[in-house]
Design a protein around this ligand. Structure first.
Ligand SMILES: Nc1ncnc2c1ncn2[C@@H]1O[C@H](COP(=O)(O)OP(=O)(O)OP(=O)(O)O)[C@@H](O)[C@H]1O
Ligand SMILES: [Mg+2]
Length: 243
């Protein structure tokens, strides 16, 4: 059993076939980068994994639990960062994180400790009593990532988590994900930041038009694409997706 398993996923929105039999899995402790052009199906895949969308066919499992049939058990293991930062405009940062902690039945002391830790990690401590509606895009991203980290996930599912984050926060984010995965947490990250992915992810999958078109470590993907050792992930990506 792998912490994240996706098999033969098909998802249609009306006439659009967003996923056309997508299959991949992520091993324990990996930082897996899910790459692909706009509209490739990354967000659709991540939403299916966290039970926000139901696939038309195929199976998605988190820690062995089918996300459709055993949804609650599957979701208990997950910390999720959504693509569009829709959150509660009229809650303060602290209220929002307390709310997430309560939903996930974390102890109050643990929640307060986590709030202090992550707000300080992301340089957001002075904003703890600010309304979410008054935060900048990057600040909201920091709060959403803090919420995902806070719930003691076994699996992190993150849709472009670094969007809008300043370099210092990106660095803190990567350090924390590395720390968590070194302790057995599994991370799935969708991203367009190929320079970052190249240095940060332990394995990548490239999807295009709803199917997996390449997978492996960055080195493996490069060698399979026969792009030469000096090619960057960006060059390899453009070549694979352009075919
Ligand atoms: N709610 C929806 N209704 C109709 N079509 C949708 C909906 N959501 C996504 N799609 C379509 O499904 C396809 C996959 O979209 P998805 O959001 O999964 O792509 P993505 O890989 O996350 O793209 P991006 O890199 O832009 O975030 C696209 O063709 C998109 O237009
Ligand atoms: Mg997306």
């Amino acid at each position: 059993m792998r912490p994240i398993e996706v098999s033969g996923l098909i998802k249609r929105y009306g006439r659009t076939e967003a996923l056309r039999g997508l299959t991949f899995s992520v091993r324990e402790g990996e930082i897996y980068g899910l790459l692909g052009p706009n509209g490739a199906g990354k967000t659709t895949t991540l939403k299916i994994l966290v039970g926000l969308l139901t696939p038309d066919a195929g199976v998605a499992r988190i820690c062995g639990h089918d996300v459709v049939r055993d949804r609650v058990r599957a979701l208990e293991a997950v910390g999720y960062v959504p693509e569009n930062p829709v959150c509660f405009q009229n809650l303060t940062v602290r209220e929002f994180l307390e709310f997430v902690g309560a939903l996930r039945r974390l102890g109050e002391d643990d929640v307060h400790e986590a709030i202090d830790r992550y707000l300080s990690l992301f340089g957001l401590s002075e904003k703890r009593d600010e309304l979410l509606g008054n935060l900048s895009r990057g600040m909201i991203q920091k709060v959403l990532v803090s919420a995902a980290f806070m719930v003691r996930p076994r699996v992190l599912v993150m849709d472009e988590p670094m969007a809008g984050m300043d370099p210092e926060a990106q660095h803190a984010f990567k350090e924390e994900v590395r720390r968590m995965t070194s302790q057995g947490v599994t991370a799935l990250i969708s991203s367009h930041l190929l320079d970052m992915v190249e240095r940060f992810c332990t394995r990548v999958g490239i999807i295009n038009e709803g199917v997996l078109v390449a997978e492996g470590t960055v080195e493996e993907v490069k060698s399979r694409a026969e792009s030469g050792e000096e090619a960057t992930l960006e060059e390899v990506f453009l070549r694979i997706v352009g075919e």
